[in-house]
Design a protein around this ligand. Structure first.
Ligand SMILES: NC(=O)c1ccc[n+]([C@@H]2O[C@H](COP(=O)([O-])OP(=O)(O)OC[C@H]3O[C@@H](n4cnc5c(N)ncnc54)[C@H](O)[C@@H]3O)[C@@H](O)[C@H]2O)c1
Length: 367
C-alpha cells in the first residue's frame, strides 16, 4: 500500500502521498488524458531550470506549463491575471485540472487561480520547498498579495491531493531549507513534545537526514488534524490559529524590515523566541529552561533569535495592530503552557510586548 495520510474534510477530504510520487503523478496525468480533461502546470523559473525533466516525466508538454518569476513578487494581481488569461486562452474548462509545482508562492498563486477560474476547478499540490511540504500545501489557504499587505486576497480551496517527494529538496538552497525547518519546529512547539525532543536530539537537521520524511509526515498529520477540526480558522479560541505561533511577531518583523530582508522562516524564528519569552512571563509552567531549549534548537539550525539590525519598537507594534489575523476583540497571541502545548490568548499588556521586542534587539528610538 502507498504511504499516505488523509486530510479529513468530509466531501473535500484528500490524500497526501509520501512515496512513489513520480509514478503516481504520471498515472494521474494519464488518467486525465484518458478522460479528455486538459491539465496545466504552474511553476517558477528556478524549478523550470532544475526540474524540467521531472515535469516532462509527469507527462506535461511545454504548452501546458505556465512559468512565473521565482519569489514572492509572483503572488501579485498582475501574475494572477496572466495565469487566468493563460488558462482562458488555452480553453481550460470546468473539467481542467491545475498542478502547482513549487514552493508556497506557487501553491498559493495556483491554488487561488484554481479557486476562482470558472468559480473553481480542481488542483493538485506538488510542494518543492520544505515550507510548502510541511505547511502551505496542506489546508487549503490560497491567495495573493496586494501592495498594501501580504495575503490580503484569497480563498479557502482544498487541493484534490498533495504529492510529497523528499528528493525534490536536493536542489533547494540551504537558507530556504532552514526557513522551512522553522515551521517544522513550530509543530513540536504547538502540539508535539515528542517531535520537539526528536528534533532536539538530532540537533542540526539536514536535507538528507534519514528520518526527514517521517518528520515531514508527522508535521503534515498535525496540520491535517488541526485543519479538519477548524478548516477556516473560525474557532473562538485555539484551533487553526495555533499554527500562527510566533507569526504575529514574525509578520511585524517582515513588514517593518521590508519584505525580502528576512526569509519568512527567519522572521518567525525570532517570533518563536519572543513567544517563548512571553510564555515564560505569563505561565509558571513554561520555564527559562524551556526557552533556552527552543533557542538552542533554532540556532543549531541556522535560524536567528534576534534582529539583524535594530527595528523601532513603535513601528513593530503598529505592524502588529495591522495584522490581518487580529479580531474585533483585539490582538490574539499564541503562548505555550509547555513545549508541545499551545493556547491562544488575548488581553496581553502592551508594555510586556515592548520589553520583549527590546530583548531581541529592537530599539526605542522611532525611525
Ligand atoms: N497557504 C498557506 O497555508 C501558507 C502557509 C505558509 C506560507 N505560505 C506562503 O508561502 C510562501 C513562502 O513559501 P516558500 O518559502 O516555499 O517560498 P517560494 O515558493 O518563494 O520558494 C522559495 C525559493 O526556493 C525556490 N525553490 C523552491 N523549491 C525548490 C527546489 N526544490 N529546488 C530549488 N529551488 C527551489 C523557489 O524558486 C524560491 O526561489 C509565502 O508567500 C507565504 O505567504 C502559505
Amino acid at each position: 500500500m502507498t504511504d499516505s495520510l488523509l486530510v479529513q474534510l468530509e466531501e473535500r477530504s484528500y490524500p497526501i502521498y509520501f512515496e512513489s510520487i513520480q509514478s503516481l503523478l504520471k498515472k494521474e496525468v494519464d488518467q486525465l488524458e484518458k478522460e479528455n480533461k486538459t491539465r496545466f502546470l504552474v511553476t517558477d523559473e528556478n524549478l523550470k531550470a532544475t526540474h524540467s525533466g521531472y515535469i516532462k516525466a509527469m507527462g506535461f508538454e511545454e504548452s501546458e506549463i505556465f512559468v512565473v518569476p521565482a519569489g514572492e513578487r509572483s503572488k501579485s494581481i498582475s501574475v494572477y491575471k496572466d495565469l487566468l488569461s493563460f488558462l482562458a486562452s488555452n480553453a481550460a474548462n470546468r473539467d481542467s485540472v491545475l498542478f502547482a509545482f513549487g514552493g508556497g508562492v506557487i501553491g498559493d498563486l495556483a491554488g487561488f487561480a484554481a479557486a476562482s477560474y470558472l468559480r473553481g476547478i480542481h488542483f493538485y499540490q506538488i510542494p518543492t520547498s520544505l515550507l510548502a511540504m510541511v505547511d502551505s500545501s496542506v489546508g487549503g489557504k490560497t491567495g495573493i498579495n496586494l501592495p498594501e499587505g501580504k495575503n490580503l486576497v484569497g480563498a479557502f480551496w482544498q487541493p484534490k491531493a498533495v504529492f510529497i517527494d523528499q528528493a525534490l529538496l536536493e536542489t533547494l538552497p540551504d537558507n530556504e531549507f532552514a526557513s522551512g525547518l522553522a515551521e517544522v519546529i513550530k509543530y513540536g512547539l504547538i502540539s508535539d513534545k515528542a517531535l520537539f525532543e526528536q528534533l532536539a536530539k538530532i540537533g542540526e537537521i539536514k536535507k538528507d537526514s534519514k528520518n526527514l520524511i517521517d518528520i515531514i509526515r508527522r508535521c503534515c498529520s498535525i496540520k491535517a488534524e488541526v485543519v479538519s477540526k477548524d478548516e477556516q480558522e473560525t474557532a473562538s479560541k485555539d484551533g487553526r490559529a495555533l499554527l500562527n505561533l510566533g507569526h504575529t511577531f514574525g509578520h511585524a518583523i517582515e513588514n517593518v524590515a521590508g519584505y525580502g530582508s528576512y526569509l519568512h522562516g527567519e522572521a518567525i524564528s525570532i517570533g518563536f523566541y519572543i513567544a517563548s519569552l512571553l510564555s515564560e512571563n505569563l505561565n509558571a509552567s513554561f520555564s527559562s529552561k524551556d526557552t533556552a531549549e527552543v533557542k538552542k534548537l533554532l540556532e543549531q539550525n541556522g535560524l536567528p533569535t534576534s534582529l539583524k539590525s535594530p527595528l523601532s519598537v513603535e513601528l513593530l507594534n503598529k505592524a502588529i495592530t495591522r495584522d490581518k489575523k487580529n479580531r474585533a476583540s483585539g490582538i490574539r497571541y499564541i503562548i505555550m503552557k509547555a513545549i508541545g502545548d499551545a493556547r491562544t490568548l488575548e488581553g496581553v499588556e502592551p508594555n510586556l510586548i515592548n520589553d520583549l521586542w527590546l530583548k531581541v534587539g529592537a530599539s526605542e528610538e522611532s525611525h
